[in-house]
Design a protein around this ligand. Structure first.
Ligand SMILES: [Zn+2]
Length: 157
């Protein structure tokens, strides 16, 4: 699991989910009060990701002002500025919905909770101990890898 932790402001919900997919602890801060945001970032040593340039003035926390509209460009910016390594083995270590680290489960345990086709074709399953969501290396995974290839490809040019 990765060390860097993030707190992400309201307009960057998609980016928060992507960072979780990539294995990073990232909290989505939904409230409007900036004080609460800053306190949580300080207390939990989280890097603040936001589109709001006014938040750059706070000292004691690292702030990255996200400049792009599209989530792929946002990932590219953040992974370059940090910089963050993007490794396939870090994918899907954290629940996309609630940020909780996933646990491995036996195929039999996933049985009743996933579509029959998935059960027949997949071997590796993970479960979120918090919300109970089951993850597997299916189409979602392929989509993520494709998007990452794009981000990595851009970096090399
Ligand atoms: Zn969850």
């Amino acid at each position: 699991m990765r060390n860097e932790r993030f707190i992400v402001t309201r307009e960057l919900g998609k980016l928060a989910k992507w960072l979780r997919i990539l294995g990073y602890d990232s909290i989505y801060y939904e409230k409007k009060q900036i004080s609460g945001l800053i306190i949580q970032a300080l207390r939990e040593k989280r890097i603040l990701l936001t589109r709001s340039p006014v938040l750059a003035k706070y000292t004691g926390i690292r702030v990255i002002i996200v400049r792009h509209d599209h989530v792929e460009d946002q990932i590219e910016q953040v992974t370059k500025e940090m910089p963050l390594p993007l490794k396939d083995e870090d994918l899907f270590q954290r629940c996309v919905e609630c940020n909780t680290p996933l646990e491995d489960i036996a195929k039999e345990e996933a049985g009743a909770k996933v579509p029959e086709y998935v059960f027949r074709t997949q071997e590796v399953f993970k479960r979120c101990p918090q919300c109970g969501k089951i993850f597997w290396k299916g189409t979602h995974w392929d989509m993520v890898e494709k998007a990452l290839d794009k981000v990595r490809g851009k970096g090399r040019r």
